[in-house]
Every structure is written in structure tokens, then in C-alpha cells.
Design a protein around this ligand. Sequence first.
Ligand SMILES: Cc1cc2nc3c(=O)[nH]c(=O)nc-3n(C[C@H](O)[C@H](O)[C@H](O)COP(=O)(O)OP(=O)(O)OC[C@H]3O[C@@H](n4cnc5c(N)ncnc54)[C@H](O)[C@@H]3O)c2cc1C
Length: 299
Amino acid sequence: MKLTTANPFSGFEAFVTENEPLAPHTWYKIGGPARFFLRPRSLDELQQAAQRCAEENIRVYVLGLGANILVGDGGVDGAVFRLDHEHWRRAFFGTEGKVEVGAGVDMQKLVLRTVRQGLAGIECLAGIPGTIGGGVRMNAGGKFGDIGAVVTRVQVMDAAGHLFERTKDDLVFEYRSTNISAKFILGATLQLEEDDADRIMRRTKEIWMFKRNSQPLNTKNCGCIFKNPRGLSAGALIDQAGLKGFRVGGAEVSEKHANFIIAHPGCRADDVMKLVKIIREKVFEKNEIHLESEVQIWP
Ligand SMILES: Cc1cc2nc3c(=O)[nH]c(=O)nc-3n(C[C@H](O)[C@H](O)[C@H](O)COP(=O)(O)OP(=O)(O)OC[C@H]3O[C@@H](n4cnc5c(N)ncnc54)[C@H](O)[C@@H]3O)c2cc1C
């Protein structure tokens, strides 16, 4: 929907829409609209719009490919920024394995490009949908490694529009989290290793096959719903609680990987949220373990 006249983003109509359905912008394809949806085409536009949000007290959300987000059925009463313009999707291949990437770069496309160029280090991202912004924020990865291991520098912007750089010596990447507190990740520098392209391709394919065989990739989902408790597998705990295949409305615990909740046609975000609650209760009843969400729930 186009922006109406009296609104906090007057002057920004070229890149702001109102009441934008968020479902098509997420992997889950469920959930309500964003009050404001902003796709800035330059740093200047991003800074100005962020400053406007700060002045008007509008809550800010940043969306990547929406591969780790569950948007509630009521949507979000705030401003959702998406850095998907070409400006944010640039990748620059430097010398000795240094690669500079914008926040909007698609991780899967980048994996392929780096493999073809004989650069190793992000094969572990094969089969993990998302952007560099979302990948860095979540420290995307798994048993084969994570993106944090190759990040040497991150460009960030705070909610007021101030720019900063974070470098390797003060960056901490942990299991599905980082110490980056700034609202916006604008880009990152990765340090990759030169290696034989065929060898990297073989490893990438192996990782991809592992994902394909262990995760319900051809369904609507948002990856793992819960973080693994230290030394344990959330999927195994959910399985042991007898919940594989358990359904609430259109939401179902995957038979293939119990830490995935699949959204069937007609599923509502509320179905997923109810199922999340039931899983938490059952796992706690059986093991006295509290499962922490990996999925980011909006609002
Ligand atoms: C089929 C499937 C399999 C998956 N497997 C894995 C896996 O093996 N390992 C794994 O780690 N994850 C996995 N995921 C989850 C998801 O792919 C990752 O979390 C990914 O990093 C999300 O990236 P995104 O761009 O989609 O971010 P989004 O889902 O859009 O956002 C995730 C978080 O990052 C923030 N964010 C996004 N962009 C920016 C930015 N530019 N600046 C600041 N904050 C930002 C959002 O605000 C949100 O908090 C899987 C998901 C799916 C659907």
C-alpha cells in the first residue's frame, strides 16, 4: 500500500510503504503487516529515515531474508527496514582472500561465488538461507563452523544514524549470537583462505547434502525454533517428549527434525506460537530444561 499524506515519513515516499504485508518477506510466509516498510537505497536515506524514527519514537526492526523470524498475526506497529537495494548487495573481492560484503548480500549466492573463486571459509553456510546482515547478527552456522570465524570487521549504524566499525579484536561471536548491539549491520569484511576450488566445492556439497538429509528444507519453516541447551540437542529433547508430528492448527513439529516447526497451508503465526508454548511445557515437564528461542519473534 502506498503511503498516505500525513505521516512521519513524508518526503521519503520513494522508499517507504504503509501496512506492508510481511508474510511474503519471510521464509515462513505467515504473520501480519508492518505499519511502515522502508527500503532505503543509500546510506543517506537509511540515516535520515532512522533519525526520523528516533525523533518520532517509532520502533525499528531490521529484516534480512526473514529466514529466522516469526511475525505475529497482528503484524508490527513500527518501521521495518529492509536493506535489499542493490546498494546493500555489493561484494568486493580483494587480494589474499579479503572479501567486503554489504548487509543485503545473499549468503547462498556468496557461498557459490567464493567457492568458484577458490576461497574457503564459508562453506559451513551452505543451505542456510539469509543475508550477511542476518547471518552476522545471528552468527549463522552449525556443526561445520559459523560465519563469525571469518568476520574481521563489521560496519554498523546505531538507531540515531551514527556510524561505527567493529573490528575482530572487539567482536565476540558465540552460539547464534554476537556482541554487536548497534541496530543496523551495514556490511562486513571476511577473511577467507585460498584453496583448491574443486576441493571446496566437494566440501560445500557434502554440507549441503547433510542439511538436505536432516532438515525439512522444502517446507515453510524458519530453521531451528530453539537453541540447543549446552551439550544437548533441542531436537532430541522434543523428540523424546513424543512431539514429532504434533500439530496445532496448521503448525506441525517436523517428523524429520523435531526442532523445526512446519507451517502448512492456512497456518497462522498464532498456531506456531501455541505450539512453541506446548513444546516448552512438555520438555520442561520431562527434563526440567527450559528451551530458549532461536527464532526471533516480532513484535
Ligand atoms: C530451512 C532453514 C534452515 C536454517 N538452517 C540454519 C542453520 O543451519 N544454522 C543457522 O545458524 N541458522 C539457520 N537458519 C536460520 C537463518 O537462516 C539464519 O538465522 C540466518 O542468518 C537469517 O538471516 P536473515 O537475513 O534471513 O535474517 P532475518 O531472519 O531476517 O533476521 C534475523 C535477525 O537478524 C537481524 N538482522 C537481519 N538483518 C540485519 C541487519 N542488516 N542489521 C542488523 N540486524 C539484522 C533481524 O533483526 C533479526 O533479529 C535456517 C533457516 C531456514 C529457513
